[in-house]
Design a binder for this molecule. Structure first.
Ligand code: PMP
Ligand code: GLU
Length: 400
C-alpha cells in the first residue's frame, strides 16, 4: 500500500516517540528516568473523578454536540472572562479533543495553501507538522537567542502580505519563557498594523507562572490589547492545569464564525470530544481551584529542586524557567567531545547517548527548532531529579 505524499514525510511527534522508547526500556527492566514527556505525573483532582462517576450513573454514552456541550461552553466562557475581563458568550467557545486538535482545527479553518503561519522558535514540537499537514507555509521566527522571546522588532521582520497566523505560546513549551504584559502590548501594536494577521494563543500553561501568586493567570495578549479580540483564538485544555491529559479535552475561544467553522470541521472528522470528559469538566473550574493552586506550589518546588540539582554541573547552562514545567539547558559546551568514541556534535547526540547509556530521556532542542539545548520535564519525584543530575554528571565525566 502506498502512503500519501503528505504522510510519507510526516515525522511522529518526537516527544511521543521518545516516551515510547522510554517505556520499552522500562519493560526491559531498566531503571528509566523519563523526562521527555511533558505530562503531569500526578492524578487528576478528586472532584473531577467524582463528577465523572456521577456522569456515568446519569448517562453519558451518547455523542455530544460537535461544537461541545452548552454547559461546558458556558463554564469555559465564564472562566476566560474572569481571567481576561472580557465578555465572551458560550457561542464563542468550541470544545475538542485536547489542545492538539483545537490547534489543528483552527489552523485548518484559517490557513490556505499560500498563507504563512509564523511560528516563533523554540516552538512546541507539533506546530510545524500541523502546518505541513494542512498544506500551509511554515515560517519559523528566530526569537531572541538569550530570552527565547518574540519581540515586536523581530515580528516586524517576518511579517509579509502572506502572513495569516501567528502562534503565541506563553508560558512557553519548551523554554518556560513568559511574556510580560508590556511585551505583549508591543507585539499587539505590530499585529494591529497588519489587519490580515490572526493569532493562535496557546494558553495551555496559563496557570503555571512559577513566581507569580498561585491564583494568578499568565499575562495575555487580550489583556494587553483587548481590541484584537476579533483576531485572536485562545486555545486551552484540561491536560496541564487540571492534570487530565488522557481525558482528551481542549477548547478554543474565538469569534463566532470561526467557532462555527471549527465545529463543522469537527462534525465531519472526530464528531465531538468525549461526552464523559466534557461532563466531568463542567464544575472543575469552580471546585478544583485549591488543587490548581497546590499544583502551582508543587511546580515551584520542583523547579527549585531541579535548578539546584543541575547548578553544580559546569557544562550545563540554564536560566530558571518562569513558567510551565520544563528546564531548557544549553549543552553546547559538550560539543566537540567524545563519549566512548561517539562524537558529540549536537543536542540530538547528547540525548541519544543519555538515553542509550544512562536510561535518561530528554528531548533534543532540534525538535523545538533551536539546536544546542535539551528539554527536561521536571515535575517528577525528587529521586528522579537526583538521578537525572547524577546521570548527567556521570555522562560528562566519561567524555573527553
Ligand atoms: N500546546 C502545548 C504548548 C503543549 O505543550 C501541548 C502538550 N500537551 C499541547 C498543546 C497539546 O495538549 P493536549 O494534550 O491538550 O492536546
Ligand atoms: N505537550 C507534551 C509535551 O510537549 C505532551 C506531548 C504531546 O502532546 O505530544 O511533552
Amino acid at each position: 500500500m502506498i502512503l500519501s505524499k503528505k504522510i510519507q514525510v510526516l515525522k511522529p511527534s518526537a516527544v511521543q516517540a521518545l516516551s515510547a522508547r522510554a517505556k520499552e526500556q522500562t519493560a526491559q527492566g531498566k531503571d528509566v528516568v523519563n523526562l521527555a514527556l511533558g505530562e503531569p505525573t500526578w492524578e487528576c483532582f478528586e472532584p473531577i473523578k467524582d463528577t465523572a462517576m456521577q456522569s456515568i450513573q446519569k448517562g453519558c454514552s451518547h455523542y455530544a454536540p460537535a461544537v461541545g456541550r452548552k454547559d461546558l461552553r458556558q463554564a469555559i466562557a465564564k472562566n476566560i472572562n474572569q481571567h481576561l475581563n472580557l465578555n465572551y458568550d458560550f457561542k464563542n467557545v468550541t470544545v475538542s479533543i485536547g489542545a492538539k486538535f483545537c490547534l489543528f482545527s483552527a489552523l485548518q479553518t484559517l490557513a490556505d495553501p499560500t498563507d504563512e503561519v509564523l511560528i516563533p522558535a523554540p516552538y512546541w514540537v507539533s506546530y510545524p507538522s500541523m502546518v505541513d499537514l494542512i498544506g500551509a507555509q511554515n515560517v519559523i521566527v528566530e526569537t531572541d537567542t538569550t530570552t527565547h522571546k518574540l519581540t515586536a522588532d523581530i515580528l516586524k521582520k517576518y511579517i509579509t502580505d502572506k502572513s495569516k497566523i501567528l502562534i503565541l505560546n506563553s508560558p512557553n513549551n519548551p523554554t518556560g519563557a513568559v511574556h510580560s504584559i508590556e511585551e505583549l502590548k508591543s507585539i499587539g501594536e505590530v499585529i494591529k498594523t497588519h489587519p490580515r494577521l490572526c493569532v493562535l494563543s496557546d494558553d495551555i500553561y496559563n496557570r503555571m507562572v512559577i513566581d507569580n501568586p498561585p491564583d494568578s493567570f499568565a499575562p495575555h495578549l487580550l489583556q494587553a490589547c483587548p481590541e484584537l479580540k476579533d483576531r485572536v483564538i485562545c486555545i486551552n485544555a484540561a491536560s496541564k492545569n487540571y492534570a487530565m491529559p488522557g481525558w482528551r479535552l481542549g477548547w478554543a475561544v474565538a469569534p463566532v464564525p470561526v467557532v462555527q467553522a471549527m465545529s463543522s470541521l469537527q462534525s465531519q472528522t472526530v464528531s465531538s470530544a468525549p461526552t464523559i470528559s466534557q461532563m466531568a469538566m463542567v464544575p472543575t473550574f469552580d471546585n478544583t481551584e485549591e488543587d490548581v493552586q497546590k499544583t502551582h506550589q508543587l511546580i515551584k518546588e520542583k523547579k527549585q529542586t531541579m535548578c539546584q540539582a543541575l547548578s553544580s554541573i559546569q557544562e550545563i547552562n540554564f536560566q530558571e524557567p518562569q513558567g510551565a514545567f520544563y528546564l531548557w539547558p544549553n549543552v553546547e559546551s559538550l560539543f566537540g567531545r567524545k563519549f566512548k568514541n561517539h562524537p558529540i556534535q549536537s543536542s540530538m547526540d547528547v540525548c541519544t547517548l543519555l538515553s542509550q547509556h544512562f536510561s535518561l530521556f530528554a528531548v533534543p532542542g532540534e525538535e523545538f527548532g533551536r539546536a544546542g539545548y535539551i528539554r527536561l520535564y521536571f515535575a517528577v519525584p525528587d529521586r528522579d531529579i537526583e538521578k537525572c543530575a547524577d546521570r548527567i554528571k556521570d555522562f560528562i565525566s566519561q567524555t573527553k
